[in-house]
Design a protein around this ligand. Sequence first.
Ligand code: CP
Length: 316
Amino acid sequence: MRHFTSVNDIPDLKKALEVAFDVKKNPFAYTHLGKNKTMVLIFFNSSLRTRLSTQKAAMNLGMNTMVLNVNEDGWQLESEMGVVMDGNKPEHLREAIPVIGSYCDIIGVRSFARFESREDDYNEKIINQFIDYAGVPIVSMEAATRHPLQSFADLMTIEELKTKALPKVVLTWAPHPRALPQAVPNSFVEWMVKAGMELVVTHPEGYELAPSFMGDLKPEYNQDRAFEGADFIYAKNWASYTSYGKILSKDMNWTVDARKMALTNRAKFMHCLPVRRNMIVTDEVIDSSDSVVIQEAANREWSAMAVLKMILEDNF
Ligand code: CP
């Protein structure tokens, strides 16, 4: 594996899961792989989990790490080609990316959907420039349309907790005050389908995910019906794909609460965090013993470590 931006970069998902569970058991067994190697983590957007877990994963593998918060620490970076740079962005990605690449062996990039152009976001304009110009492997720490390190940790968590070979997994939209990208739900769908899970996606009309991610899956618009017999409930808000970037509903009837969880097969509650309590999920549900959000977040260290280990083994 050279770059990691989606589940499709992983040659063998079952083996990748084995690597993740191995590094979780033996976090310091592979420090030789990253000795004298450096990872730069670049954030165009805020982060708690991704920043700490990816940095920790790199350090577990013996790597040195440097973090750049572009909007706070560095120059504002222009991403459009052919523009007259007379605004507030004094440096172009075209120079910044190869310069960063010259200082390190792997780059992690977080660059969310900007909601200015669906075409630009879905063409992954920013992370693809890193792939084209960095000269070193690129790891997505959430791009415009996918959050693969999160989905890998989500799959690990489901594998750890499932009580049947192919559990029923429900991805449910839930209300939120701000317009959020589709990266987490897109990616979750992609990974669950690849892992062969029974997946149901439920949301209000107008929140259909991109056909390129849904494939043959049809959404269930009745949330109660979707929850019936579920083994895992994965809650997430996202803005509309069809009315791109718009909030069409803040319907609190979609909040995950104890009544809905009672329709499930004692489902585990999942969310990638950060979560808006009593918007996405009630206190009662997220504080219950069926909530696995902390285990899920903790697995981010191991999904990142598995990815970095595979890249180090394949490229150096
Ligand atoms: N789940 C996740 O990516 O969290 P952060 O945005 O805090 O990194």
